[in-house]
Structures are given as structure tokens and as C-alpha cells.
Design a binder for this molecule. Sequence first.
Ligand code: FDA
Length: 392
Amino acid sequence: MQSYDVVIIGAGAAGMMCAVEAAKRARSVLILDHAAMPGEKIRISGGGRCNFTNTHASPKNFLSGNPHFCISALSRYTQRDFIALVERHRIAYHEKTLGQLFCDGSARQIIDMLVGEMQGRGVQLALSTSVEDISRSADGFVVTLSTGTVSCQSVVVACGGKSIPKMGATGFGYEIADRFGVAVVETRPALVPLTFDARTLERLAPLAGNAVDAEVSCGKTRFSEAMLFTHRGVSGPAILQISSYWREGDEIRIAMLPGTDVAELLRDARRLNGRQAVQTVLANHLPKRLAQAVAERTGINGNLADMTDAQMKTVDAAVNDWRIKPAGSEGYRTAEVTLGGVDTNALDQKTMQAKSVPGLFFIGEVVDVTGWLGGYNFQWAWSSGWVAGQAV
Ligand code: FDA
């Protein structure tokens, strides 16, 4: 039976980072993946350019049952450390917006960088390989693979969450946790488009394809980014962000011209030309079809000259305080990440090791730490992978 110091399940972002770091410490490492290629999610991320980190990454950009859990890993391996690695590999990058760093070229450069680092340090990569069984042995674990049986001192579970099953997501990491008695916080799709019921959709379907820079809030949480009307409901960065906070039955509030007093805008326009229709004025600031839809919804369609101040306030509310209850989300099929996962109370924050199972580690998305949209989730994968790499 082949023996390793470390077996890592999942050759994604977190797993590969952990493999590199463990190998730097002269640990013998086998990293396996049931997919035919490593880092498939990296490859499709950021529209093919991989938003690999965020210059503003800090613990406040993450959701978790224990918001303090991620502090240690994020401060020991920071976005600056990952940027330095990218620069050492001469990968050109740029900031797109809000601190989000993307490759100038292709996400494949990040995969090649990690695979190159693993190869250079003797990490063994086994693709198209699945795990059939994991059991404890006197000095570690015995892992039965589709290709044979191996033994190791440490098992690192890095097989991601449930999002996008088509890309190889399985939820296998939660099964391993269950099996070893490690608690799992209920999971749900996050960073996901929200959907409307059939009646609302009938009304809003003609808006599909229109986008606005909106402020979207749910309870006390708010995000100001682009929002897109789709054939199923709403999407775009602002909606994906708020989806991580939204729960069934919650109302979301949308300001489509945040920071603009629409009543005042209409009064100013009336002073200039009272014979304009309300949608004509709104169409100077919103997509034309959306301006029409707002006017129709308020039922106010005469000239500005005939409008009362109260009616102008009604239009203001329709634009900047649109309240709607999404019926649901598009689910794991399109969710970028999985909220919830391996309970942080069950893990040591400095090493990512399960407190009750020495030698068993959980890193990356499988853990109950979920980042905002914008490179934060990869930063968590790098940071948690790095700290586990120092401990395995
Ligand atoms: P990841 O999912 O990367 O890796 C898990 C690996 O385990 C996979 O290779 C999988 O095949 C393997 N695996 C699963 N089950 C297995 C099993 N049973 N046996 C063996 N192997 C198994 N984040 C970000 O910060 N910036 C971005 O630009 C994007 N963009 C983006 C786009 C899209 C479309 C999605 C779906 C997601 C993103 N993300 C993102 C999120 C980001 O991809 C995600 O947070 C990280 O990939 C998580 O890294 P992990 O290594 O934990 O899991």
C-alpha cells in the first residue's frame, strides 16, 4: 500500500494551495480529484479571467456562524501574499472595480501557476480518481480510491460546496464530515439570482435584459452595484450579494436611482417643460422600458404639469423604494457558492483541523465561511488552504 503524509481530496483552489504549502515543508502529498482536470472552477471564474482576490478583503466580507473564525487564516495568508505569488509568476492583472483583481489574460494562468508550484515540489496529482472509503488506522487514515488503497497521516477535505453540480460539485465533503461526527451547518445556495412568482414575472418579463446601478437591501444589509432583470427574476452583482443574506419570505428593497430625489428631479423637469410625460423624464436616467414600467405601475401617465407633489412622491417610491418578495432563487444550478457547511465550532481556526478528529482537515468552500462576490471566496480558499498546509 502506497503511503503519504497527506492526502488532499479535491484539486480546486484550496486543495492546490494546501498541497503546495505542505510540500514546501517536505511532506509527501497526494492530491486527487474525480474531475479530469484540476481547478475547473478557477477556469470558469470571473468570466474566464478569475477574480482571484480582493485588495479590500477582511473578515467583514465573510458570512459564517462564527464571524471571528476566518480572522486567523485571513491574517496569516493575506491578499497581499497571493498577489505577490501572482507577481512572482509574472501574471499580469488589473483591478476591475471595488478592489477586485482579475487576470489580464486567462484564468488558466492561475491554474498553471498552482499546478506548476505543485509539480516543482513533487506533489502527486491523481485526476479522474474518486474516494470509495476513508477509515481511521492506528497512525492516521486508510483511503480507498477508485485506483487502489493508500494510507496517510492527514486527510484534507477540499472538495468544495454543492454549487454548480455540472462542474463536478458533489457535497461529498459534508458526507465525510458526517461520517466522522463533525457538525455541518445547514447549506443553501448563495451568490445566486433571485426568482419571482409567475404573476410578477408576467408583469416584469418585458424588462429582461435591462440593467441599472442599484442599491439593493435586505434587512440592514445593503449593496450598491449593478442589477439585471432576467426572464426568471433579477440578477447582477447587487442581487447576487444580497442573495447570501436573503431568506424565503423576506422582502428586498431596491433603489434604482440611489441618491437621487426623484420627486425633486420631476419638479425640476416640470419647471423646464411641464408638457413632458413622467416616463420621458425617467428615461433620461433609467432604461426606457424600465421608465415606462415604473410609470405604468404607478398609474400616473399625464403631463408633469398635471401631477401633484404626492404623485411625484409616489413615483419616487416606485423608483427608489421598490419592495418585492422574491419567490426563490435559481438554486445550486447557478449559485456561485454554498452558504453554510462544516461547522466552524468543530474546527481549529489556526489549522483547520477537526477538533474531534486529529489529522482530518477541512478547507475552502466546504467550511461554513462564505465570502461576498468579488474575489473574496478565492481569498478564503487560498488562506484556509495555506494555514492547513502549515499544519498537515
Ligand atoms: P472548488 O470547487 O474550487 O474545488 C473542489 C474540487 O473538489 C473540484 O475540483 C471538484 O472536482 C473536486 N471534488 C468534488 N467532489 C469530489 C469528490 N467526491 N471526489 C473527488 N473530488 C471531488 N470566487 C472568487 O473569489 N472569484 C471569482 O471570480 C469567482 N467566480 C466564480 C464563478 C463561478 C461560475 C462559480 C461557480 C464560482 C465562482 N467563484 C469565484 C467561487 C469560487 O470558485 C469558489 O469559492 C472556490 O472555487 C472554492 O474553492 P475550493 O477549493 O474550496 O472548491
